[in-house]
Design a binder for this molecule. Structure first.
Ligand code: FAD
Length: 467
């Protein structure tokens, strides 16, 4: 392999590998450096992909247990957890192998080892075994992602106190699971184990789950998850953990102070967020600037304060999402090739893969109010959608928020079946600056769940047909 490149990307998560492929497509000589034995980063190895495999399998189990009979299907499901975990692992392997194939196909040199920046145009690779290597490059893209954030005083042993990584591979269903943190990762993994019949309690410091979601949607989600058996302790902070006994004892207190309470469980999942992964990069060698919270500071072209060194994905500001990292990867590769790559941060969808799913893009009602923007809201419930009715998946609604003057769509929020897939049409519409009237006048196939999106757009002008 050559040791001199146009571009070296450090980290092959969704940001890094996508950036490398796009740069190779544009004619650059590219290398990637990845410390993990497999490509795909957090997302493919211990994040999006394994969690979705378990969400899919556990949802099928719950469906078979609770709903097959009403469709005239008689089965008595029995859980084989080892097989379910193997199903997840095979899915992960298929995905990470796919990235290796894509890197080869695009003639990208892949180095396995820790990447450290020695100088603005020099990256050192330290493999687990064997000698170090120094690579020369015109540009460096840092795509080293993020790692689990820890609660001070709570040590994760990945057995009884687990992070999201441990929660993806528990060898047995815990009788009682406590999830610290009511964000999307905690709720998704809490849902998995709840469906497999664990008693799940979510402890959240704020008075709402999924901070940042539209308030009405978050409330509805909590109601639905409660009905599914999850218990919520909101406005509560964890002040102590005791693992000396047979069960784990967690002390919680009202966030604003007050009487403490002790909760017992078998496993605690710590899911309070993620922190940028910059520790091993040698940023100090070259003086790359970071924010107080450790994220790398970049300009509109993703360039750090050091010319020639760029950063994308979870390691910089913005939502910690795989598709945001991918968009930035494409944009920076195009910028390096002299094109005008950019990311539209106003149209980044986000999805919570619970059942039902929650998906949103654009502004929430709270944000519009805070920004003083006059808006019209149109809402349509899935109880009035023919397909949802016949499938008996009627929980939830679609909400379209449009500018009161121009009718331009500013936000769409869906809680309901397949919301994560449905949100794409809203994202496309918003990318083109479309109005609620555009959405309302677009012919939607019948019978589909997406008809609810059209109806919500009609409801913006108070003329839904089926309500
Ligand atoms: P990462 O995917 O974190 O990849 C960074 C890579 O850099 C890693 O492979 C790491 O080993 C490597 N690395 C770090 N330092 C070095 C170094 N010095 N040298 C060499 N290599 C290095 N997002 C979604 O959009 N949808 C989801 O459904 C979703 N589900 C999630 C579920 C869970 C349980 C978790 C934990 C996360 C989930 N995410 C999801 C978030 C998503 O995984 C991240 O936003 C995404 O992976 C960020 O991509 P990235 O390329 O910035 O970094």
């Amino acid at each position: 392999m050559s040791t001199s490149y146009d571009l070296i990307v450090i980290g092959t998560g969704p940001g890094g590998y996508v950036c490398a492929i796009r740069a190779a497509q544009l004619g650059m000589k590219v290398a990637v450096v990845e410390k993990r034995g497999t490509h795909g980063g957090t997302c493919l190895n211990v994040g999006c992909i394994p969690s979705k495999a378990l969400l899919h399998a556990s949802e099928a189990y719950a469906e078979a247990t609770e709903h097959f009979a009403e469709m005239g299907i008689k089965v008595k499901p029995e859980l084989d957890l080892a097989a379910m975990l193997a199903f997840k692992d095979e899915g992960v392997k298929g995905n990470v192998d796919g990235i290796e194939y894509l890197l080869k196909k695009n003639k990208i040199d892949a180095y396995v080892g820790l990447g450290t920046i020695l100088a603005p145009h020099q990256v050192e690779v330290t493999p687990e075994k064997g000698g170090k290597q120094t690579l020369e490059t015109k540009a460096i893209v840092i795509a080293t992602g993020s790692e689990v954030a820890h609660v001070p005083g709570i040590d994760v042993d990945e057995k009884r106190i687990v992070s999201s990584t441990g929660a993806l591979s528990l060898p047995k269903v815990p009788k009682r699971l406590i999830v610290i943190g009511g964000g999307y990762i905690g709720l998704e993994l809490g849902s998995v184990w709840s469906r497999l019949e664990s008693e799940v309690t979510v402890v959240e410091m704020l008075h709402t789950i999924t901070p940042g979601l539209d308030g009405e949607v978050a409330k509805q989600l909590q109601k639905i998850l409660k009905k599914q058996g999850l218990t919520f302790k909101l406005g509560a902070k964890v002040t102590g953990v005791d693992t000396s006994g047979k069960s784990v004892k967690l002390t919680i207190e009202p966030a604003e102070g007050g009487k403490a309470e002790t909760l017992e469980c078998d496993v605690v999942l710590v899911s309070i967020g993620r922190v940028p992964n910059t520790g091993s990069l040698g940023l100090a060698n070259v003086g790359v600037e970071t924010h107080a919270r450790g994220r790398i500071v970049v300009d509109h072209h993703f360039q750090t304060n050091v010319p020639g060194i760029y950063a994308i994905g979870d390691v910089i500001a913005g939502p910690m999402l795989a598709h945001k990292a991918e968009e930035e990867g494409v944009a920076v590769a195009e910028i390096l090739a002299g094109q005008s790559g950019h990311v539209n941060y106003d149209v980044i969808p986000s999805v919570v893969y619970t059942a039902p799913e929650v998906a949103s893009v654009g502004k929430t009602e709270e944000q519009l109010k805070e920004d003083g923007i006059a808006y019209k809201a149109g809402k349509f419930p899935f109880t009035a959608n023919g397909r949802a009715k016949v499938n008996r998946t009627t929980e939830g609604f679609v909400k379209v928020l449009a500018d009161a003057v121009t009718d331009r769509v500013l936000g769409v929020h869906i809680i309901g079946p397949d919301a994560g897939t449905m949100i794409a049409e809203a994202a496309v519409l918003m990318e083109f600056g479309g109005s609620a009237e555009d959405l309302a006048r677009t012919c939607h196939a019948h019978p589909t769940l997406n008809e609810s999106v059209k109806e919500a757009a009609l409801a913006v002008d108070k003329r839904p047909i089926h309500m």
